[in-house]
Ligand binder design. Structure first.
Ligand SMILES: Nc1nc2c(ncn2[C@@H]2O[C@H](COP(=O)(O)OP(=O)(O)O)[C@@H](O)[C@H]2O)c(=O)[nH]1
Ligand SMILES: [Mg+2]
Length: 276
C-alpha cells in the first residue's frame, strides 16, 4: 500500500445533491470501473438505490480481464441486480443497456399499475464516482435532447431530460458519487486514474501496481524496482547522467496500464473478497 493524501472536496455537498435528485428517480444506473468493481462502488449505494430499479454497468470492459468481469457480472446478477459490461465510448455497445432499462421500466410500470397509477415516463439517473465514464455513457445513450419539461422536484434548473426510448427519460447530468474510504481503495482508485496524480508518489503507485500484477500472475515474478528500471530504459526515459528517470517511468507505466497498453488486467477479482 502507498499513501494517498486526498480528501474528496465537496463531499457533503455532493451527498445532499444526490439525495435530493434521487427522490424523483425510478431507475438508478450505477457505473463502475470493470477493473475495480468493488473499489469503484459507493459506500451508500444500497441506501441510495433502495426501492428503485438498480442497474450496474461495468464500464471500461475493454481494459479489464474479460473472465474476471464475467465473474463480477454473475455475482451481481445473483444478487438480483441487473448488470452489464460496456465500453462507454462505443455507441452500439452502450445501446445494449437500453434493453436492461426497458426491463426495469416494465417492472416500474407493473408496480405502478398495481397501485392504480397510469403509466408515465420513467426517470433514470446515471451515477458513479469520478472518471468511471458517466459522461461518455450519457453521450453514447442520448439520441436527442428533448425540450426542458418544466420543473420537476429536486432537479436543478438547467438540467435537461433526454428521451432515450419509449417512455424512458434520462437526466443529462450524471450524479457524482463519493468513494469508500477503507483499506487500499484509495490506492486502487489512484491506479485507474480516479484520483489526481498529485496526491501520491508515482513510483510507489507503480510498484504497488506491479506487485498486484505479479500476485495475480499477469506478469512474471521479478524484482519490481528492476522491472520498472528496465521499462524506463526500454522507453528511453533517461536523465542527463544516463540513469533512468524513475518518476517519468512510473508515470508512463501507470499511463500504459490505464490505457490498456500493458494488457487487460483486472485489479480486483471477485475471489479477493470473502463476502461483500
Ligand atoms: N478505454 C475506455 N475508456 C473509456 C471508457 N469510457 C470512458 N472512457 C474514458 O474515460 C475517461 C473518463 O470518462 P468520463 O465519461 O469523462 O467519466 P466521468 O468522470 O465519469 O464523467 C475519458 O477519457 C473517456 O474517454 C471505456 O469504456 N473504455
Ligand atoms: Mg463527467
Amino acid at each position: 500500500m502507498f499513501t494517498v493524501q486526498w480528501y474528496p472536496g465537496h463531499m457533503t455537498k455532493a451527498k445532499r445533491k444526490i439525495e435530493d435528485i434521487i427522490k424523483s428517480i425510478d431507475i438508478v444506473i450505477e457505473i463502475r470501473d470493470a477493473r475495480i468493481p468493488y473499489s469503484s462502488g459507493n459506500p451508500d449505494i444500497s441506501r441510495l438505490a433502495r426501492g428503485k430499479e438498480h442497474i450496474i454497468v461495468l464500464n471500461k470492459r475493454d481494459l479489464a480481464d474479460e473472465n474476471k468481469t464475467n465473474e463480477w457480472i454473475n455475482y451481481f446478477s445473483q444478487k438480483g441486480i441487473e448488470c452489464i459490461p460496456t465500453r462507454g465510448t462505443d455507441k452500439s455497445e452502450v445501446k445494449k443497456i437500453l434493453k436492461l432499462i426497458e426491463r426495469a421500466r416494465d417492472k416500474v410500470f407493473t408496480k405502478r399499475r398495481a397501485k392504480g397509477f397510469f403509466d408515465r415516463p420513467v426517470r433514470c439517473l446515471v451515477i458513479g464516482i469520478s472518471n468511471v465514464g458517466k459522461s461518455s455513457l450519457i453521450n453514447s445513450l442520448s439520441i436527442k435532447k428533448v425540450a426542458a419539461t418544466g420543473n420537476k422536484p429536486g432537479i436543478t434548473k438547467g438540467n435537461q431530460w433526454v428521451r432515450i426510448g419509449n417512455k424512458i427519460e434520462l437526466l443529462d447530468t450524471p450524479g457524482i458519487l463519493w468513494p469508500k474510504f477503507e483499506g487500499n481503495i484509495g490506492n486502487n482508485l489512484a491506479l485507474t486514474g480516479s484520483i489526481s496524480d498529485n496526491v501520491y508518489e508515482l513510483s510507489e503507485a507503480a510498484i504497488y501496481l506491479i506487485e498486484i500484477l505479479v500476485q495475480k500472475k499477469y506478469i512474471a515474478n521479478e524484482d519490481t524496482a528492476e522491472l520498472l528500471l528496465n521499462y524506463g530504459k526500454k522507453r528511453g526515459l533517461l536523465e542527463r547522467g544516463g540513469s533512468v528517470d524513475l518518476d517519468k517511468t512510473a508515470l508512463l507505466y501507470l499511463k500504459d496500464f490505464r490505457t490498456g497498453k500493458l494488457g487487460n488486467y483486472s485489479i480486483e477479482w471477485l475471489s479477493d473478497y470473502g463476502s461483500i
